[in-house]
Design a protein around this ligand. Structure first.
Ligand code: BEZ
Length: 210
């Protein structure tokens, strides 16, 4: 069944390149990103894993654990990681789930039969500390993902989890934000005593809260 925003991310046990994990236990109180690859030893996936390894510090800074998955076994991931280090200049520094029996792929609906009966598509799930799914994106196999966009969304999710604001189109950390539409002007005065700019009664803009 499709996983929807706000659903509890299904729990599972799996073999990974960093040993067996129980997913919820592995997440602990952290945010998490679970992302799937169609197959090992493929070009787009090789560049994606190299890039995520290079920016892992940016996920760490945000308190986000990253974990990859493909339908190949862990022994294959381990051999492939040598190629990734050689060609992308970065050692894979996060666990990769081996899912040869498609247990996790099926649980997360990562196999889309109109694309392929057997391979996972490029799914991304962002999971909050409450284990709820906050974002899901599905890319086709032929399109490498923009992981800077995933970090940008995480910045927005973490900000809006703390403050009653929303973030506008193409927003980046540090830019102006919007007061959530459920917040009345009366409540906004208490929440944002520094004030805001009313562009329209429904479009109230203020600097990003600290
Ligand atoms: C790739 O990673 O390059 C790839 C994998 C499966 C299908 C198409 C491309």
């Amino acid at each position: 069944m499709a996983i929807r925003l706000g659903d509890i991310a299904p729990d599972f046990t799996a073999e990974t390149t960093q040993g067996p994990i129980s997913f919820h236990e592995w997440l602990g109180d952290s945010w998490g990103v679970l992302f799937s690859h169609p197959k090992d030893f493929t070009p787009v996936c090789t560049t994606e894993l190299g890039y995520v390894a290079a920016i892992k510090k940016d996920f760490d800074q945000r308190g986000v654990k990253v974990i990859g998955l493909s339908v190949d076994p862990v022994s294959s991931h381990e051999r492939w990681e040598n190629d990734i280090a050689e060609t992308q200049g970065t050692k894979v520094n996060f666990p990769m789930i081996g899912d040869p029996d498609r247990k996790v792929s099926n649980l997360y609906d990562m196999i889309h039969p109109n694309a392929s009966d057997t391979l996972t598509v490029r799914s991304v799930f962002v999971i909050g500390p409450d284990k709820k799914v906050k974002l899901s994106i599905t890319y086709p196999a032929s399109t490498g993902r923009n992981f800077d966009e995933i970090l940008r969304v995480i910045d927005s999710l973490q900000l809006t989890a703390k403050h009653k604001v929303a973030t506008p189109a193409n927003w980046k950390h540090g830019q102006d934000v919007i007061i959530g539409s459920s917040v009345t002007d009366e409540d906004a005065k208490k929440l944002f005593p520094q004030g805001w700019k009313t562009v329209k009664p429904y479009l109230r803009v203020l600097p990003q809260p600290k």
